[in-house]
Design a protein around this ligand. Structure first.
Ligand code: AKG
Length: 298
């Protein structure tokens, strides 16, 4: 497997890759998040609901000829008519991101009740959602979430949901073990707001394997099954492995954000028409661009 575990084409040595451990769902979720910087929640969502969400997204991508028929296989066609069919790419991506079946999973009662247990009080979620369709060869850059969404609650957490199974060679998310406790990440990023300070990037260009090796830690990942999700805090360094699928399968995932309902919410990502970064709405996401287009960073 390790020859298929690459980041920007570089093979990651096996000794630098470890397994995310399953959260103890009956234990203290808050203490586990504090200790590990993440919670791997297995089977938190209904797999049938995830499958319905997956088909909903794939059918929308097939409509713009980016997914080959039968759409449920999730294989990239290598083509796109998205830009020809949709003048407003942000509006198109918003309509996909607000699909009923998708929202039933990512904002549903199952994950909301886990969040209530995590916070020990009622939870709320951003209305904005970061849906991604990652074709072969593509990966997300290394970053922490804090600089992108720090105008509201400091108890905000990310919930990363694979919309369908993601094998280890299909570009799963990884976190850098122990990074949530690294003072250097706080020194470098705490208080940075990428929409107010464009002089400093929010992501890191350091190679994650080098960072892990320097700290004597590893990149933690796993194979994800439909229904799983990975929760982490705002200072946990994370990104994805390259999608090295040999079948052309696109990795579909969605990140959402939860917080205690009583806390202030970052207004960029809340309400019926969230302005998101730079007021661009869903057009701020690289996923709003045709899958065949050059890669951007969000
Ligand atoms: O899905 C990905 O590739 C990246 C997800 C991510 O960066 C996040 O959940 O914050």
């Amino acid at each position: 497997m390790t020859d298929k575990m690459t980041i920007h084409g570089k093979i990651i040595p096996a000794n630098l890759i470890g397994s995310l451990k399953d959260a103890d769902m009956n234990g203290d979720l808050s203490a586990q998040l504090e200790q590990d910087g993440y919670l791997l929640l297995r089977a938190v969502h209904d797999p049938d609901a995830v499958s319905a969400a997956r088909n909903e997204v794939l059918n929308r991508l097939a409509e713009v000829d980016e997914i080959a028929q039968p759409a449920r296989a999730g294989i990239a066609s290598g083509r796109s008519t998205r830009a020809e069919q949709h003048d407003d790419l942000g509006a198109f991506w918003r309509s996909v991101s607000e699909g009923q079946a998708l929202r039933k999973v990512i904002n549903g009662s199952r994950i909301s009740s886990v969040m209530e247990r995590l916070f020990g009080e009622p939870s709320a979620h951003f209305s904005f959602a970061w849906l991604r369709a990652m074709p072969a060869g593509r990966a997300s850059p290394l970053h922490i979430d804090h600089p992108y969404m720090n105008r509201g609650s400091d108890r905000l957490v990310t919930s990363w949901t694979p919309i369908g199974a993601v094998a280890q060679d299909e570009g799963p998310l990884y976190i850098i073990e122990g990074s949530h406790k690294w003072p250097e990440l706080r020194d470098r990023f705490e208080g940075l707001d990428v929409d107010r300070d464009s002089s400093r990037p929010g992501h890191m260009s350091d190679h994650p394997a080098d960072m892990a090796a320097e700290h004597g830690t590893r990149l933690l990942t796993t194979a994800f099954a439909p229904g799983d999700c990975l929760v982490f805090g705002m200072f946990t360094a994370h990104a994805s492995f390259d999608n090295n699928t040999s079948t052309g399968k696109v990795r579909i995932s969605c990140d959402t954000r939860f917080q205690p309902a009583a806390d202030a919410m970052d207004e960029r990502f809340s309400g019926p028409n969230p302005p998101a970064h730079e007021g661009l709405g869903y057009a701020c996401l690289s996923a709003s661009k045709p899958m065949t287009a050059a890669v951007h960073l969000r």
